[in-house]
Design a protein around this ligand. Structure first.
Ligand code: HEC
Length: 264
């Protein structure tokens, strides 16, 4: 049995129990999913095509983009992100690095994506490309270890953000993801502070969300968790979101990527 089918069956049970008003819709969605494979494959195909297609004012493709392993190297690149890049003097995750490449190579203003909306325009393109890139690292071990001072800073900031409590419920990420065996609405919440839990959270995103029928990147995952925390929406690819990703990735060091994932 294909891996996605096993996980589809596993989440399927939870999904059926979860869906109250829309049980039939939900079952129908699982049925389609099982018939067609992980719908993430469609995003991967689109992402690869976008990578190779000339676009923007400079009419160039992204094929010379340096994701940290040299210009144009995509195999294994996602597994070593986020990392420090000398040209921008920043720690960047896959999504922010793509914005840099789109700006440098294609002349596309990053604001178009940063101020954009999920599932639309250039933001949707970026999500498709990172989905493909994540697939290019499937099975590759996460290699994120803070060495550069800015990477150490990112880890420390991510850790601080993870434990930062606030909002109407005085929640931090750790309130929901800092202990073993927590569950919300039948979902197991990984303990992200430990490698066993961190890698479950980190190595399975981007993921196709069956419940919403959308492909979600890690930036989208984080935005939604901030919403669950009743915090203001973080800015897309902000330093804070990258630091949180850095913290989770470094805690997952050595675990193989299982991307793109499929989730409830
Ligand atoms: C109020 C509880 C709550 C808080 C606070 C919260 N999350 Fe979550 N988180 C969830 C739930 C629920 C899910 C599963 C959501 C789903 O699949 O619908 C989840 C999923 C995740 C996942 C994916 C896990 C997996 O196995 O796929 C990651 C990573 C994550 N959260 C990170 C964070 C970070 C980082 C923060 C702090 C910024 C945070 N969360 C704050 C409830 C929370």
């Amino acid at each position: 049995m294909k891996a996605w089918l096993a996980s589809a069956a596993a989440v399927g049970l939870a999904g059926v129990a979860l869906a109250q008003g829309s049980t039939t819709d939900e079952i129908e969605r699982y049925r389609q999913m099982i018939a067609d494979g992980n719908p993430a494959e469609l995003y991967e195909m689109r992402g690869e095509e976008l990578w190779r297609t000339k676009a923007g004012p400079k009419n160039a493709s992204l094929e010379k983009c340096d994701l940290g392993l040299g210009p144009g190297v995509t195999k294994g690149a996602y597994a070593q992100l986020p990392k420090y890049f000398a040209d921008t003097d920043k720690v960047q995750d896959a999504e922010s690095r793509l914005l840099t490449c789109m700006e440098q190579l294609q002349g596309i203003d990053p604001k178009e994506v940063i101020n954009g909306r999920w599932g639309q325009g250039k933001r949707a393109d970026v999500v498709a490309i990172v989905t493909w890139l994540s697939g290019e690292s499937k099975g590759v071990k996460v290699s994120v270890q803070p060495k550069h001072p800015k990477e150490k800073e990112a880890y420390a900031l991510g850790r601080k953000a993870f434990y930062f409590q606030g909002g109407p419920h005085d929640f931090s990420c750790a309130s929901c993801h800092g202990e073993e065996g927590k569950r919300i609405r039948l979902q197991d919440l990984p303990n992200i502070t430990k490698p066993e839990g961190a890698h479950k959270g980190w190595t399975s995103w981007p993921a196709y969300r069956v419940s919403s029928g959308q492909m979600w990147s890690m930036q989208h995952r984080l935005e939604d968790c901030y919403r669950q925390q009743r915090f203001p929406e973080p800015v897309y690819t902000s330093e804070l979101t990258i630091a949180l990703s850095y913290f989770m990735a470094a805690n997952s060091n050595g675990y193989p990527m299982a991307t793109p994932g499929i989730k409830r």
